[in-house]
Ligand binder design. Structure first.
Ligand code: ADP
Ligand code: MG
Length: 615
């Protein structure tokens, strides 16, 4: 048998390596921006078209390259950043593998223009699928511009695997945030399809965070400062009351490199223990400086994980630094969930600006009689039950109409009847309800009793109302006399633009849209003016994450967010009328057994069940 092993040609090896280094346009963005930083740039421009599929370009004013270096930079393992193995243990640059440009050039059309400060002319190189197609001398200013076009042009499978432009843009934006947050002394620009998304002038860390995430961020930040032999910790944590349901802004930087570390994350979360609810996530921007020799960043080609020599010490230091800040800035005490069960509501309003006195609009003038605030009042009428019939207009055939009455798992029909027939009398005279631990509504039925989770029940009621409003496409908007101006970060604005139409179908009205400021002229009937900011924040973050995962449309995500945000919470006291209304509204729902998030809404305990306990 002859020899069969062959060395792979370079371009094939590069393509294989590219699979590791370049997963999507955002990976290219990261590599190019890091190269610009390593080159000592003071200003870096990122230009992107169509989610990076058509163009990713990074222009810097850094050191530039000589013509030989320009050519060499596309060779595999060609790097100016390390010379020997020892250098690996003392890295101060982002790059060191010499793989990125070679990989990118193997799977895209790349154009490089570069000039160092000590030469008169610069170099222009075109390279496609690892083949240099042109090289010429050009007149250009100091620095480097690399344009990457038609990513994955020669790997259709990869190209098809890419997500929509807006999803890819979001990944790019994440990457941009990470790099920009780590280097506030560099001026960053970010253009998407010709329009400026970010313009971040040279600043300090705090200003950089605020410039990226919007001016409202400023009041949320608490500084963290700690210096020991092992590590210098600086940065900011978000005040506990701004903790979010979704993992929002959580950033660790080690020696100005963004990293992911579940272990250190845990240290921060541990410091917040007792200050935020367990399903909320604190925000943080923490910068750690350690001796480069004490870390190993060589674990992963895309380099977001690193290994520390002494993780345990780091954990303890980080935790205590964060705790210390929480205490020092008076955020820690005063908060006691047991004593103040209504904390949730005030939280949401704390950061809102003081409200101007409002003109009270006649709430009696309401074309949707049954839709009064929070859906409580008026809902006693049996007629509201009929209203639900129209909810699934057009959906009827698909949804497979399950009769909600018979699906209620009461023991016998007559029991169901006692709740649903002649609602009026039952409510006012016979039905007893009471609230258990500000969490459950307990009500009697003939065969025993029903225990209803108040929050889930209200979510269901509101969810179906929103869906109905969307389906019948009626304007359920209340016009604001004075438009509200809310500020958002530019990346939030991108999302708002994406979901604006759906927002309009649920009753939001928009006026002028500025860079950071959104003018709101109308809000959905069920949303109070003071809640708008909070609701939009939640919508943006849910939409970003599609928290539900199984949402079938934007409107579904929106309805879910709204019902989750607006529903009464565990801990809220409901008066008797509200309890009754909620019970009735719930059982008038299409699907009263489970919440929009598939959680059980109520359980029944029959007399039989109780009897058994007494045997
Ligand atoms: P690495 O960054 O790991 O060294 P790259 O493939 O990203 O590998 O880059 C190869 C080399 O090209 C770098 O070491 C650097 O010398 C040079 N280079 C790349 N981008 C730039 C840039 N924007 N300005 C100056 N030199 C650059
Ligand atoms: Mg590099």
């Amino acid at each position: 048998m002859g020899d069969i092993i062959k060395l792979l040609p370079d371009h094939v090896a590069n393509q294989i390596a590219a699979g590791e280094v370049v997963q999507r346009p955002a990976s290219v963005v990261k590599e190019l921006m890091e190269n610009a930083i390593d080159a000592g740039a003071l200003s870096i421009k990122l230009i992107v078209k169509d989610g990076g599929k058509v163009l990713i370009q990074v222009v810097d004013d850094g050191a530039g390259m000589s013509d030989t270096d320009a050519r060499l930079s596309f060779e595999r393992h060609a790097t100016s950043k390390i010379k020997c193995a020892e250098d690996l243990f003392n890295l101060s640059t982002k790059g060191f593998r010499g793989e990125a440009l070679a990989s990118i050039a193997a799977i895209a059309h790349v154009e490089l223009q570069t000039k160092p400060s000590n030469t008169e002319f610069g170099t222009h190189i075109k390279i496609e699928g690892s083949k240099v197609t042109a090289q010429e001398v050009i007149v250009t200013s100091k620095g480097t511009s690399i344009a990457v076009k038609n990513l994955f042009f020669n790997i259709p499978a990869r190209r098809n695997f890419l997500k929509s432009n807006s999803v890819e843009l979001r990944h790019i934006t994440d990457e941009f945030h990470r790099v920009a947050l780590a280097h506030p002394s560099i001026h960053f620009y970010f253009y998407n399809n010709g329009s400026e998304l970010f313009n971040l002038p040279q600043s300090n860390y705090r200003q950089r965070i605020v410039n990226i995430f919007g001016s409202r961020t400023n009041e949320k930040l608490v500084p963290v400062e700690e210096e020991t032999q092992v590590v210098k910790i600086s940065g900011y944590i978000g005040k506990p009351e701004f903790a979010k349901k979704s993992r929002g802004e959580q950033y660790f930087f080690v020696n100005n490199r963004f990293i992911k570390s579940p272990y250190l994350h845990h240290a921060v979360v541990a410091a917040f223990e007792g200050l935020i609810k367990s399903d909320n996530h604190p925000g943080y921007f923490l910068y750690l400086e350690v001796d480069p020799a004490s870390i190993d960043i060589n674990i992963h080609p895309t380099k977001t994980e690193i290994k520390f020599d002494d993780e345990h010490t780091l954990y303890a230091l980080l935790r205590s630094a964060v705790k210390h800040s929480l205490g020092q800035f008076n955020v820690a005490p005063a908060l006691d969930f047991d004593q103040n069960l209504n904390l949730e509501t005030p939280y949401a309003f704390k950061n809102r600006e003081a409200e101007l006195p409002k003109v009270v609009v006649d709430s009696g003038f309401n074309p949707f009689k049954e839709e009064i605030q929070r859906g409580f009042k008026n809902s006693y009428q049996k007629e509201s039950t009929k209203g639900w019939e129209s909810m699934y207009v057009g959906l009827e055939s698909k949804v497979g109409r399950e009769d909600s009455f018979s699906s209620v798992s009461f023991e016998s029909d007559s029991i169901t009847g006692s709740i649903f027939e002649g609602t009026h009398e039952v409510m006012e005279t016979n039905t007893t309800t009471f609230q258990l631990r500000r969490k459950y509504i307990v009500t009697t039925i003939i065969s025993g009793m029903v225990v209803i989770d108040q929050s889930r029940a209200h979510q269901r009621v509101l969810y179906e109302k929103f869906l109905k409003n969307i389906t019948i496409k009626e304007a359920v908007s209340q016009q604001l006399l004075f438009p509200l101006s809310l500020s958002f970060s530019s990346s939030d604005m991108v999302i708002i633009e994406e979901i604006k139409e759906s927002l309009a179908t649920i009753g939001f009205g928009f006026g002028k849209v500025d860079r950071e400021v959104l003018e709101i002229t109308g809000v959905p009937l069920l949303v109070a003016e003071s809640e708008v900011g909070m609701v939009l924040d939640q919508l943006i973050s849910d939409y970003q994450q599609d928290i539900t995962g199984d949402s079938f449309s934007q409107t579904d995500i929106l309805s879910k967010t709204l019902c989750k945000t607006l529903a009464v919470k565990t801990g809220e006291i409901l008066d008797r009328n509200s309890q009754l209304a909620l019970v009735n509204d719930l059982f008038a729902c299409k699907e009263s057994k489970s919440s929009p998030f598939n959680k059980t809404i109520y359980i029944t305990i029959t007399e039989n069940d109780i009897d058994k306990k007494f045997i």
